[in-house]
Design a protein around this ligand. Structure first.
Ligand SMILES: N[C@@H](CCC(=O)N[C@@H](CS)C(=O)NCC(=O)O)C(=O)O
Length: 241
């Protein structure tokens, strides 16, 4: 060994070992946060298993003791990479980008990265948490808010968020085939699941033509198509008979 080399990390930072470890996503077919990570994994071309976590049946697997060891936050997704448990969809997407830098999910320049992260956070921080299952369940169980009013709440915050998102896209020349440029980024990983959610809640999407155009471009890609809720192994079987 060269003098002074003792204790230094391997030349590749340990990356080779890490990239060989298996990936398993704790996911629910209809979870939009898990959908983000499925898109990211698919865009990177990574193989992964799905460990389904049923968020509704029998009070929800996320509340069962076994799952609390996986995520004390009682949320999906969690990505298991080897022995390590990775939580929070946005942090997971950035981890994927750092460990597998090919096919980057963030653009090359600081300014573009800032824009993409800001777009992603419009959805991940300011829209999605207000419509999450546990928020709507709290309205129902603790305050007795009926379903129609709960749906009005969910639609309202999606409309407020989408209005801003549409303006941010329309106002910026960096918007192209995708939210930023001609390659999908974490902004698209967030947008497509949120549009799916909006349809579930009956949001009228006509006022957001740019979102719809980008959705069409994304869903034409196999990585997005394979991540769709109805393509997941835990999706209910709706085939006739
Ligand atoms: N900030 C978290 C949000 C995760 C999240 O809210 N997951 C939802 C599904 S989309 C969930 O597990 N909900 C379970 C519940 O509300 O009980 C992330 O991005 O990973």
């Amino acid at each position: 060994m060269r003098p002074g080399a003792w204790g230094r990390p391997p030349a590749d930072g340990g990356q080779t070992l890490v990239t060989n470890e298996p990936l398993c996503l704790h996911s629910y077919w209809r979870s939009s946060a898990a959908y983000r990570v499925r898109i990211g994994l698919n865009l990177k071309g990574l193989q992964y298993d799905i460990a389904p976590v049923h968020l509704v049946r029998d009070g929800g697997d996320q509340h069962k003791p076994g799952y609390l060891d996986i995520n004390p936050q009682r949320l999906v997704p969690v990505l298991q990479h080897g022995q390590r448990l990775l939580r929070q969809s946005m942090a997971i997407l950035e981890y994927l980008d750092e460990v597998w830098p090919d096919k980057p999910l963030l653009p090359a320049t600081a300014r573009d990265r800032q824009r993409v992260r800001a777009l992603a956070e419009v959805i991940a921080c300011d829209i999605h948490p207000l419509n999450n299952l546990r928020v709507l369940q709290y309205f129902e169980r603790d305050w007795g808010v009926p379903q129609p009013e709960r749906d009005v709440w969910a639609r309202h915050w999606m409309q407020v968020g989408f209005e801003a998102f549409e303006a941010l896209l329309q106002d910026n020349p960096a918007t192209d085939t995708f939210c930023n440029g001609r390659v999908p980024t974490v902004a698209d990983c967030c947008l497509i699941p949120q549009v799916y959610n909006a349809r579930r809640f009956g949001v009228d999407l006509a006022p957001y033509p740019t979102l719809l155009r980008i959705e069409r471009a994304c869903l034409a890609l196999p990585a997005f198509e394979a991540a769709r809720p109805e393509r997941q192994p835990d999706a209910p079987d709706t085939s006739p008979g």
